[in-house]
Design a protein around this ligand. Structure first.
Ligand SMILES: Nc1ncnc2c1ncn2[C@@H]1O[C@H](COP(=O)(O)OP(=O)(O)O)[C@@H](O)[C@H]1O
Ligand SMILES: [Mg+2]
Length: 93
């Protein structure tokens, strides 16, 4: 129902989510924890993906960055073809 269809053969992206070299570090200096270390992925519209890994491996951080609830330190997040990184708080909301 929500799948984007294009009659022109894909003028718009069929990507629901794209992460390009997303990095996130909590804390500084000796307390620094790298939660995401240059994560890149692409998920197509209408697909299902499970994020799995041990506790502390960065699943929640990944999802928060992908949802625009948190900002990565570097890298880019695109949701449905729209850049989520770099906008204002109001724009993100
Ligand atoms: N707000 C935070 N401040 C400091 N460290 C954090 C914070 N949130 C997560 N971390 C650390 O980042 C790493 C990844 O955490 P998280 O994304 O919650 O992993 P998961 O959801 O897979 O358990 C862990 O080492 C965690 O301790
Ligand atoms: Mg978690």
């Amino acid at each position: 129902m929500f799948r984007r269809r294009s009659t022109t053969g894909g003028a718009r992206s069929q990507e629901a989510l794209r992460l390009v070299k997303v990095a996130k570090v909590y804390g500084t200096a000796e307390n620094a924890v790298t939660a995401l270390d240059s994560v890149s992925l692409s998920l197509s519209t209408g697909s299902f993906t499970a994020v799995m890994g041990p506790s502390g491996s960065g699943k929640s951080t990944l999802l928060q960055c992908a949802a625009g609830l948190d900002r990565p330190d570097s890298g880019r997040v695109m949701v449905d073809g729209e850049e989520m990184t770099g906008g204002s708080e109001a724009a993100l909301t």
